[in-house]
Design a binder for this molecule. Structure first.
Ligand code: PLP
Length: 457
């Protein structure tokens, strides 16, 4: 194959049948669409190129800056495309949570602007999320920016209507699969592919996968966040299910270690979610409990026809080594981290001490606990509880392993944006022997909404 431009190598990715000996499925062939083999490394190469291709000549003439609200694969692809055309690229994002991706973007020449999101709670007199304000500014004509706007841009979906979807049908000999399973980030890939598959087979079952509530799987949304995405239409999916970060890593390990596919966590999440779903269908259809018991070659309907399912492997594992080391140190020959939030039991969580705003104010006034604000530095600088100290949650997580700046007898009030993270850390510190750690119910947003005082740096 010979190309004049690397962008000509985008798309045309393989559809790989996963060995039934690995899946344990008896009646369904499961295929992986290997989007990790795109030249910039992910499914987002397609969207990035489709959103810029037509606009680039004019952007080059004007000397625009390419800009996108992305800290991941879209930013990576756009940084490369911008570089090829001699344009600057700026990534505007909430806190970058995957350090390798940030380093890679810097290496590619991207400018990175990190801002807190709405959930971080900034200035109460400013009801606008800074990202929303930036979004509005970028969309103005003559702004000097080419804003690709991936969360709203129909060209994102179109990339998969014209590329990914038809490729799947072609590789299945002109037939759509019976099941399609995809993780949802911007919803571009799942929306585009689902539309193509439905046109070929109206009965196709589409399962969208999101990260489990307050779990973090880089690249996709949680069930609460997905509704904020402009391209997300619940009607696209026959079902939405969630996977935990742990399940995504388990799926990823199977793909990496048993299938020779260097998938990242969302590919693993899609595999895990697909298999869980398909095994349940097989068990239901054959009425014999979990897959693996009994044996028949009949389809789940008993028709004798084998069924097919396709999931997407969005990107590659190499960018997530730090993410994986944090969650599974044993994979890297490191000792397990006993003080991890993931190891909390429901009973420990239940037992964590939570105080509402009034009780917290009284406690602060009377006993002067150390107030630890777990938000990002930008949000903390904008407004915080007087006398509090700022330890951003990722750092707090690190400090749990031997470096906390307070002793076990020190009373501590933990505050995060909405009280979800702080309650976990309160439970963990209690398990670690800290005598009086409480979590602020509703977090800084709750504090603000109750009209309690906040100060600015
Ligand atoms: C790693 C990863 N997986 C999955 C997705 C989901 O793709 P989409 O944005 O098309 O929903 C993304 C999107 O950014 C991603 O970066």
């Amino acid at each position: 194959m010979r190309y004049d431009s690397i962008t000509d190598a985008i798309g045309g990715t393989p559809l790989l049948r996963i060995d039934p000996a690995v899946t344990g499925l008896r009646t369904i062939d499961l295929y992986a669409k290997l989007e990790l083999l795109n030249p910039f490394g992910s499914v987002k190469d397609r969207a990035a190129w489709n959103m810029t291709r037509a606009a680039l000549p004019e952007a080059v003439r004007r000397g625009d800056t390419l800009v996108e609200l992305s800290s991941g694969n879209t930013a990576k692809a756009l940084a490369l495309i911008a570089g090829m055309h001699g344009l600057p690229f700026r990534s505007v994002t909430n806190r970058m949570k995957v350090p390798e991706v940030k380093d890679l973007l810097l290496l590619l020449g991207a400018e990175i602007e990190e801002l807190p999101g709405r959930a971080e709670c900034l200035d109460p007199t400013d009801t606008d999320d800074p990202l929303t304000r930036i979004h509005r500014m970028l969309s103005e004509a003559e702004s000097g920016y080419l804003h690709t706007d991936q969360y709203y841009n129909p060209l994102n979906v179109e990339a998969h209507l014209t590329g990914t979807g038809p490729e799947i049908v072609r590789d299945l000999d002109g037939r759509a699969p019976d099941h399609f399973i995809a993780c949802v980030g911007t919803a571009g890939s799942s929306t585009g592919v689902a539309a193509v598959l439905r046109a070929h087979n109206p009965a196709v079952q589409v399962l969208g996968l999101v990260a489990h509530k307050s779990d973090f799987i880089p690249g996709i949304r949680t069930i609460d966040e997905v509704h904020e995405v402009g391209l997300f239409d619940p009607g696209t999916y026959d079902g939405i299910a969630s996977v935990t970060a742990d399940q995504a890593i388990d799926g990823m390990l199977t793909l990496v270690r048993r299938c020779g596919v260097l998938a990242g966590p969302t590919g693993g999440g899609a595999y895990y979610g697909a298999l869980r779903h398909l095994r349940a269908l097989e068990a239901e259809a054959t009425g014999d409990g979990p897959a693996g018991s009994g044996s028949t070659d009949a389809g789940p309907t008993g028709s004798g026809e084998r069924r097919t399912a396709v999931f997407i492997v969005c990107d590659r594992v190499e960018s997530y080594l730090g993410y994986l080391r944090d969650r599974r140190p044993e994979l890297f020959n490191q000792p397990p981290r006993p003080h991890s939030v993931a190891s909390l039991t429901p009973a420990e969580l239940e037992a964590a001490r939570v105080v509402d705003v009034d009780a917290a104010r009284k406690w602060i006034a009377e006993d002067h606990p150390l107030v630890v604000d777990l938000r990002g530095p930008f949000a903390y600088a904008a407004l915080h509880i007087e006398g509090s100290i700022n330890i951003v949650d990722e750092l707090f997580d690190e400090l749990l392993h031997g470096g906390l700046p307070f002793g076990r007898r020190q009373p501590v009030l933990l505050a995060c944006p909405i009280g979800e993270k702080s309650v976990r850390y309160a439970a963990l510190l209690t398990r670690m022997g800290h005598q009086d750690v409480r979590s602020l119910a509703g977090g800084i947003i709750g504090w603000r909404d109750a009209g309690a005082p906040l100060v600015r740096d």
